[in-house]
Ligand binder design. Sequence first.
Ligand SMILES: *Cc1c(COP(=O)(O)O)cnc(C)c1O
Length: 393
Amino acid sequence: MTETPKTVVRRTPWPDSASRPVGTPIQPSVVYASDSPDALDAQYEGRSKGYTYAREGHPNADVLANKIDGLEGAEGGLILGSGMAAVTAVMIGGLKAGDHVLGGDQLYGRSLRMMAEELPRFGVQTSLADPTDVAAIEAALRPETRMILVEVVSNPTLRVADIEGIAALAAARGILLVVDNTFTTPRAFRPFEHGADVVIHSVTKLLAGHSDVTLGYVALKDAGLRKKIYDSAVTLGLTPSPFDCWLAERGLYSFELRYDRAEENATLLADALAQTPGVKRVLYPGRADHPDHNRAGELLGARSGNMLSFELEGGRAAANAFTRACPDIAFAPTLGDIGTTLSHPASSSHRALTPEGRAALGISEGFFRVSVGVEPAELLIGEMTAAAKQAAG
Ligand SMILES: *Cc1c(COP(=O)(O)O)cnc(C)c1O
């Protein structure tokens, strides 16, 4: 038996057990007690390993990071409080006043805001260019360019970046290539194998997979830079909660199964929608009619992912009719959930753009993005094609 504490104020020792738990424990402790100042010195000097204070690191974050490291072929990845915390850590930790950072022109909305609103206030220059066009990227580079941030597959038109061309440019000029791998996931694409220096994830999406945690991940190839970004993240307070890390780890066990099933569903749904009256076009990198189909094949192999977009004829009225006709498919601005979700860029992610700006990207009022989930394919295809027909009137 464990000892009974002398007062209720003291912690009760954890019960002994000859057997061990199969599930990962949750460790919410903010602080860790050491035996002596000498022992603490040893820890801070790296002679012994141990936790001190949760903002600096905790076991549930490390367990989760280790699992994602394995998927990405990375070492020493960091878990942070959100995908945007990961972007923040890399940008604030890796750039200084006078530097220039070049971003893809269809980055995640808040990454675009980081470039447009936040970094310039600290004297960091920013600009955007089309990452599907390596000549445009090259033309946008400046002597001060220190970092390029790109996503492999863009939102919501699913354009595929010329990662290898960009990686060659970045390597030749000593520019840090940061790849946000949220949409593609390591199941389809491992950026370190294609010349990336930094990999970022919104763990919130496909990796955690259940729309119940907000977390981010960042892995850096260079150990010196990794230490710098880690120190910035700890100072900026971008810490994840142990419970969120535990939930995400739990979600990750089924990640590969979910991804494969969702991708299979997406392939079937894309073809079914393309043949449905009232659907003007379908965008899916796995389809031969996608503008970047060939590059997707080269970069992602047989992987086309779970994301597809389609456009209804009939504009906003058809869009309203469509979401109302399939109420079981969550109309919600996220992606990567276990179930299929539907988003409408004109009223959410791209609402800040003018109609002309949206039109230039090919986003009309009838445009939807689908994050395909793992439902039975017949059910999903039945619901969505029926809703499209109904919307077409
Ligand atoms: C959602 C998302 C982010 C931001 O992640 P959060 O976890 O919501 O902070 C960054 N990049 C991409 C591509 C995303 O989809």
